[in-house]
Ligand binder design. Sequence first.
Ligand SMILES: [Zn+2]
Ligand SMILES: [Zn+2]
Length: 719
Amino acid sequence: MNFKCLRLNLLFIVASISAPLYSQAIEVYSPLTFNDYLNRNISNSLELTDQTELNSRDYIIISDSENTTLVFTANSNQIKVFNLDSLNTNRDALEIIFQITSLDILNNLESIQENAFTIQPLLHSYYSLGSNNSDELIINDRATIEINSANTSSFLAFELDENHLKATAQYIFEAGSNAFKKSENWIDKWISIENSVLKLTDDKLKALELSFKNPYNSLELRLISGSDFDPKSTQWQTNPFAEYPTNTSNYIRHPFSSTQFSGEIDDFYKSQFRENTDSDANAESFLNDIEKYLIENDEKLRYQKEFYLKFRERLLSSKLASSDIYNGLLGQATVREVYFTMASDMNNQYHPFMVIASYNISEGPNFLIDVPRPPGDGTTNSYETQSITRNATLATHLIKIPLKDYGLVSHFSENDFTELGTLASDVGLSIAESDEYSYASLRDMGIAVDGVKVYPSLNNTLNFASAASEISITGIHVGRGMDLHYHADGHAFNGNGLNLYNSVDYIGKSHPPMIAISYDGILLFGRYENENLEGFNESLDSFGGHMHGDYPYHYHAFSQEKDIIDIRTNEITGSFIHHHLFVGAFKGNINDIPGLLETNTSQVKNTELAKYVGAKNTYTPIPINNDFELEIDKQILLQNYPNPFNPSTQIQYVLPEITQVNLEVFNNLGQKVMELVNGQQSAGLHTATFDASGLSSGVYLYKLTTPSLTEAKKMLLIK
Ligand SMILES: [Zn+2]
Ligand SMILES: [Zn+2]
């Protein structure tokens, strides 16, 4: 045997053992849209249990007691019977669920029928069961903005009469008083069935015998007292609902739906708008230009382009699939546009952004009526005398996500919040008294893939919104302006399939889904569901983030036990599991990001910020050489990040073509300490993580070798 050959074989074996970080394909994906979820076949059969009494806010399935496979179902404004044997999709399953709501918790009734309740479809919480002139059961508007112009709407009040449903009152909308008035000549009627049509009858002998079931074993739809989102078993607040903001308009007249918004944006950026057939290609092409410019100038995007393109695509495919927004329109987009911009500041520094024009509404039901203690309207000092926010409206937000890598901070206080203020400073705490939870934005700090803003874990009294029983089972609620926002991870809380992301999203994937992005430019991924997911063993830091493999630094949702603290006595009174989305403090360096936290549409008129949101006549071509394609056609080894580091850092490099790659790390004695990559890789930007856990402090050298070029750079490990 040839000696040289043996040696090569040995080397090959050593290399394959010590090089676990061959560039793996990154799993760039987002959760299913709610519509996709609804159209998917149900994964398990729906397990139904008997419900013997009906209490306000219970979720029930109404079934014919003689033939219990026949249940009531509601879609759009129709209510019919449905055969449980033909239940296929998640939509089928959700359309047979209704909520019972006692009349005394509704606001717009002139007189209340005692002991009576309305029946609302789960997916259409602003609608109620009513009847038409032929006594057929229908679904009518009870509470959307459209009711103001529809002066004929009505709904029925029911009582349980043994095993029948008896309509004991009808409420008719009166446009003049903007309220429902009890019909004076109504006589008791029972639900019956005639030729498969659900009708009302005044003959009790014809009343349909019913039984009631609930789906709680399959879908946890209740916020159970004492659970993680209501750990103090807070009583359901009976305060009246807050008035709608006076400037509220319907979807058609909304500023984003009209031509007003499009008239305010530069024609160049509008080529990325969805009305343009080439919008996706134009967005991608401009993002390519942004990346080229940055790399040419020794800067870079924080993430590979695929992440931004996929995030954009997911935002643009999100549609309202539940009548659960006061002035929303079923089927409308939740985000108007997503486009990339790039403009330079006074020092000729370029700031590229992904701009998101969002209506800020989630796609599915929000369960706001069930929140034990929603935020007050803030009109008086005491909560008891305030009205509370149980309704959501469309909003208008122009959100800028920085694309450039502005670096990471090692301590939260490196980020300057002097002007902006933090949750901690708002209650008089110094920086020294702050932590990653309290050194956080006073308002939203990111946006989810459905277009809804995400707030830090703590609220403005430094309580977890979940511990204060302020959020619904999806981790969402509304503030004073009736804007929706997430505070916690509903999926981790109940896993019921109606959340921002769900178990189904993990099927066949190697990393949790991308669920939100923060205003510091850092992505948030779902929680780790199982140990086989990439990065499972890389613990999250105090900001809730980590990095591994080809994934630059990113946040994850996670769950953690927390004390319940009595804010008056500072005493610990118990504990609960908090299901975090964002922790609060930014790990990304925010000091150089123009207009951080500014999301108002007035940015298009702001002399400083207009160019970053792409206002009309603000685009100036990025200075790229005409022979730029040639310029970029070379291998580039970027400075590692972070640097100095402890214990891990990331090394990025650009390959002009598919090639054999060797990336090695040497200590200051010239000894090789690790081989990070050894194999063939595709053209483009690559990332490798160097974990120096077992190594001592000092200067290290990393060397990139390809058949055409060898490059090396220094890095500093400080332990
Ligand atoms: Zn809030
Ligand atoms: Zn990860």
